[in-house]
Design a protein around this ligand. Structure first.
Ligand code: ZN
Length: 312
């Protein structure tokens, strides 16, 4: 079971690309590590943010669909993406949220962790979590926040489900997570040593509304596996357990398989390799539009259709 290493990335449907770029690169201080298009719809951008190298576990990716209807949080969805910050950095972030007019809730302190919930301009719900086991992000030279305050990638996700049983079975039997606590309907699962990038919370809400996909909602979450061999093994196990699993899809920066867990949340298993330096070296990550091979001969057409974007 050691072939699921933790969280790889989160992908969400967002508001306009420029607004998204301002919020994640400027306000949150993440690095735009790849600017590309949706491989299934090259008329739309796909933006990837992460640490200085775009390491798995630090990646937030967005499909801007500004004309679409807004999402609604609820059962069958990933409702909160929790991001790690160093212990002691909370006051800095609260000040920064005030400075940039970010919609945030009063910070909380429980179970030994300080947290503050906030919303992206398109409504996506996020939370900063300050913990002592914070993982330092790979640095880069143009960060807009001091390195000792920087977001260290994804801490965990909260999924909302109507019942715990079926989702618990997938996390434990198919992905190698362990249930470590239960508190007020919140079930915490960890893989490996647990902590940041290795935790998933399932919040059980039997009677709440169903989630609806739209801008400001998470489209899917992805777990890490080291190689295409370990991914193939995992795929076979999922098929043997009766899941409908997609074929392996080449996403250029990793390879992916997808399946829906019984509560409705779309899960992906993505390989660590080849990573984001496959088409541009580290100093140039995110500095120009990169297209997959199959679109290279229609680059001019694609560029013309995409909204102009001013990199921050
Ligand atoms: Zn994905």
């Amino acid at each position: 079971m050691a072939d699921i290493l933790g969280i790889h990335h989160m992908s969400a449907i967002s508001g306009p690309a420029q607004e998204n770029l301002h919020f994640y690169a400027k306000v949150l201080g993440l690095r735009l590590v790849k600017l590309t298009v949706n491989f299934d719809d090259p008329s739309a951008y796909h933006l990837y943010y992460g640490d200085g190298l775009g390491n798995p576990g630090t990646l937030l990716t967005f499909f801007p669909y500004p004309g679409g209807r807004p999402g609604r949080p609820g059962a069958g969805q990933t409702t909160v993406t929790h991001l790690s910050i160093p212990k002691g950095a909370m006051a800095y972030w609260v000040n920064r949220f005030k400075q940039f007019d970010v919609d945030f809730d009063r910070p909380t302190s429980k179970d030994g962790r300080d947290a503050v919930r906030f919303r992206a301009p398109d409504g996506l719900l996020l939370e900063l979590v300050a913990t002592s086991d914070y993982i330092e992000p790979a640095p880069w030279t143009k960060w807009t926040v001091p390195h000792d305050k920087a977001i260290g990638g994804i801490h965990s996700f909260t999924l909302v489900e109507r019942e715990i049983g079926p989702t618990r079975a997938v996390l434990e039997k198919d992905l190698g997570f362990k249930l470590v606590s239960e508190n007020g309907g919140r079930f915490r699962f960890e893989v490996g040593r647990g902590g940041p990038q290795k935790t998933v919370d399932v919040l059980v809400d039997p009677d709440g509304p169903s989630g609806r996909e739209g801008h400001g909602s998470v489209h899917h979450i992805a777990f890490r596996t080291p190689t295409s061999e370990s991914q193939a093994n995992r795929r076979q196990i999922l098929l043997d357990h009766g899941f409908r699993v997609s074929p392996v899809k080449d996403r250029d920066y990793f390879q992916s398989i997808y399946f829906r867990e019984p509560g409705g949340v779309l899960f992906e298993i993505a390989t660590d390799k080849p990573g984001f330096q496959v088409d541009e070296p580290e100093p140039e990550l995110g500095s120009a539009l990169q297209l997959p091979q199959q679109f290279s001969d229609i680059r001019a057409q694609i560029e013309k259709a995409l909204p102009k974007l001013e990199l921050v």
